[in-house]
Design a protein around this ligand. Sequence first.
Ligand code: ZN
Length: 90
Amino acid sequence: MVSSGWRPPSFNKTVGNAAKKSLHMTGNAIDIMDNKLQTLAYTIKKNASLLKKYGLWMEDPDSTMGKFTNWCHLDNSTTRTDRNIRIFKP
Ligand SMILES: [Zn+2]
């Protein structure tokens, strides 16, 4: 389940902890709802080479834990310096 996709700038401002230049505002990021154990995020982390293969970046699971739900943030940023493990801290 996608819990967040494109966010207009006016709405992005209301999202707690959202980055000012969020890739959600340009339609280049999605948040997928994850379970309590963050199974999705850790599965991707274990297979991190797939991120590079598909041109994606994932936010570190430590940073995608919410009060009520966890999520997995994926984006296709082209501005970060490329590296083999494309997991970033905000
Ligand atoms: Zn996100």
